[in-house]
Design a protein around this ligand. Sequence first.
Ligand SMILES: [Zn+2]
Length: 351
Amino acid sequence: MDWLKHASGTVSGENMKGPLHFACIALMCLLPAAPMAAQTATATASLDRRIAITFDDLPWASLDPNTPLPAQGTVPPRIAAESARLVQAIEAAGTPAIGFVNSARLLVRGQPQPDRTAILDAWLDAGLELGNHTATHADLHAVGVQAYEDDILACDRVLRPLLAKRDHEPQWFRHPYLRTGRTLEDKAAMDVFLAAHGYRIAPVTITDSDWIWAAAYAKALDGGDAATQAKLRAQYVPYLLRMVNYFEHRSIKLLGYALPQVMLLHANALNADTYPDFVAGLRARGYRFVGIDEAMRDPAYRRADEFTSALSTSWIHRWAIAAGKSWKFYGGEPTSPKWVVDLAGVPIGPE
Ligand SMILES: [Zn+2]
């Protein structure tokens, strides 16, 4: 079964190939990382820094139809506690956020489970938004337009009634793996389909490898290794802030101003346990938190998207490629430390 095969590799999320994959193709591995001090020096207090936070793979990135069932219900107690912590952390931080749902993660033996759906209700109860991320985390480049549309509609059939109870309707769609079409024809077909069903594409301008860090964190949680958990939390937040800083500077380089960013994170325990520190770090840097709708009012998001590569990369890079920027533009993208990648034990690098 496709979902079965897929789920085994999907603790993951968008950057299945990992940052090194894009880095090497963009020839960035030949470059030293840009000194952070030099980057920071170019920042000015007058920048209007805004960011929309998005979480993919709801209800929970490690929950799928094959998750071993607990003694009661269908959500393991640790996941129930972690997901509650994430929603509480977002609510306490007072930041808008949207979660993108894979409806097949709600299923056990083909049936949606009330205790899994309750996780989505908790997001809505907290005033957060939900969007469509396909039912089974399908890869458009692998399955083709027809099967992909069917998978979007399968998620829509779950999401729409859930939102209708609150007089809302789904309006945002996020591509799994950030793969948006192998050809311009496929992209045009998807544009027509999404518009016909009331969806707008939710781009990502700040990508990161939170799923690698989260896989390492899950191992430290499994092993009860509190020291490693603390070390991961302590290094993860500065890593995320470096990613924000990197894409802030890329947007200034490309557009001449600090773009209202759209950041991709995943619904996982590490984000649940570090969100307050991450938000504090961004606020200290002058960021304001906005909804994805406000961020996307910026005219940059109306740029043509002709990116057909499988690389799970930022829309800023896509625009830069379209604008013919040289390889120098992409240099300095932060990477995850080797010890984290090794601990995570997830596949990384070129296929
Ligand atoms: Zn995803």
